[in-house]
Design a protein around this ligand. Structure first.
Ligand code: AMP
Length: 405
């Protein structure tokens, strides 16, 4: 363990050092720092109060209680889902009733099934195709939603297609011509397809905006408005976001009618993650420290965050050259390259995945043992998103943040 590390463990009795602020993820809006702005390293150390007793969520339903078709129940059981998560427990009845829903939930809460299951139950096989449009910020998230949809509709003759940037548009146009029931896409590509008149949204009766805050962060607001305005106004709209900002509120007011709000946001993410700062002299020293850390075998599934596409690739290459199996995901990689890298990491063929913030957004990667911020995150919000990749579903995880003078 490098001796430059300052370490605090959540769960140990709190001794607040002067000048070390306690980090509270949910009680204030993170400040958006300018590129490279100094962020007090104390923010990356959790000096949270002694770990509170976890109160498990007591769902009011079991999956068998929901009025789903036999086929859907079978597919849910086949996936091994027995107890609905909080967001599923609370949102599914409203979605089944046809209400507009605002779901305040982060990734990892089971929000995908919370909207997919009732949508599938309400879907008419004969409905105009497509009748469901799902918008998501990233290709990977769109792909994950599609995979989950496919597993839930097994044997039901309901079809979906994914339309995202970075992949052949002609093929996507051909896929849409086959009239899938559900289209899942990122705003940019959806808008392209609409401009080319390859996609018609007149038959949409259900619209999902997933990770709306991320989509807005990524500058998709105008694309989203254009797309939503091309769907029929009497549609059902389901809106998922981890945060509510004034921009988000405006979008909600514009797009949703008399919505029900279901909130399952918790500060769980950071409470389960031991957070430390590692001081380094410069980039080379950071690499040296990272390599030292990785000598420890408990670092078996490590997600490393870097600033730039080039930096991320370079770091991954350097690790690979020093014998540490590593893959990289960033915007300069093609969709299939990213998927391959992700699969290698998920399947534990490589120990380290080096990623940019954008590439890692919304990804559900189980059992990440450590998150390492090789480059400091630009905002506290990014920090929370990054460290939330570990310590999921009640497991404990560790996050290190490298800080250079
Ligand atoms: P999500 O927040 O939708 O990305 O889901 C996070 C993970 O939890 C995914 O791997 C899901 O397959 C899984 N999951 C969702 N709902 C349940 C459930 N009720 N029981 C067990 N696992 C679930």
């Amino acid at each position: 363990m490098p001796n430059t590390m300052s370490r605090r463990r959540s769960g140990s009795p709190t001794r607040r050092r002067p000048g070390v602020a306690s980090y509270r993820p949910n009680n204030r809006r993170p400040k958006r720092a300018n590129g490279g702005q100094y962020i007090n390293p104390a923010k990356f150390v959790n000096s949270a109060v002694a770990k509170q007793e976890e109160i498990p969520y007591e769902p009011t339903h079991k999956f068998v209680d929901f009025p789903f078709s036999e086929g859907l129940h079978k597919n849910i059981a086949h996936k091994g889902y027995v107890t609905p998560s909080a967001i599923q427990d609370q949102a599914i009845p409203h979605v089944l009733e046809g209400r507009d829903v605002i779901g305040l939930a982060n990734t990892g809460t089971g929000k995908t099934a919370a909207f997919l299951l009732p949508i599938i139950q309400r879907m008419q096989r004969t409905a105009a195709q497509p009748s469901v449009l799902i918008m998501a910020p990233t290709r990977e998230l769109a792909q994950q939603i599609d995979e989950e949809f496919r597993s839930f509709v097994y044997g039901m003759k309901l079809y979906s297609t994914v339309v995202v940037g970075g992949m052949n548009i002609e093929r996507q146009i051909r896929d849409i011509r086959r009239r899938p029931h559900v289209v899942i896409g990122t705003p940019g590509r959806l808008k392209d397809l609409l401009n080319r008149k390859a996609l018609n949204l007149d038959g949409i009766d259900t619209l999902v905006l997933d990770e709306a805050d991320r989509m807005l962060d990524m500058g998709f607001l105008n694309d989203i408005k254009t797309i939503v305005n091309l769907t029929p106004p009497d549609r059902q709209t389901l809106f998922f976001s981890a945060t509510i900002t004034p921009d988000i509120e405006r979008v909600i007011n514009d797009f949703l009618k008399n919505p029900v709000t279901v909130s399952v946001r918790t500060s769980e993410t950071s409470e389960h993650v031991e957070q430390t700062v590692i001081h380094a002299r410069d980039k080379d020293h950071k690499l040296e420290l990272l390599t030292q850390l990785l000598e420890d075998e408990s670092y078996d599934k490590v997600l490393v965050f870097g600033d730039t596409k080039f930096g991320v690739q370079r770091l991954s290459d350097k690790l690979s050259r020093s014998g540490i199996t590593s893959a990289a995901i960033h915007g300069n990689k093609s969709q299939s390259q990213r998927q391959r890298a992700l699969k290698e990491f998920r399947d534990e063929k490589v120990r380290v995945l080096v990623a940019t913030d954008v590439a890692a957004r919304g990804l559900d990667i189980p059992n990440v043992s450590h998150v390492i911020n090789f480059d400091q995150p630009k905002t506290y919000e990014d920090y929370i998103h990054r460290i939330g990749r570990t310590g999921r579903a009640g497991a404990s995880g560790t996050a290190h943040t490298f800080v250079t003078k």
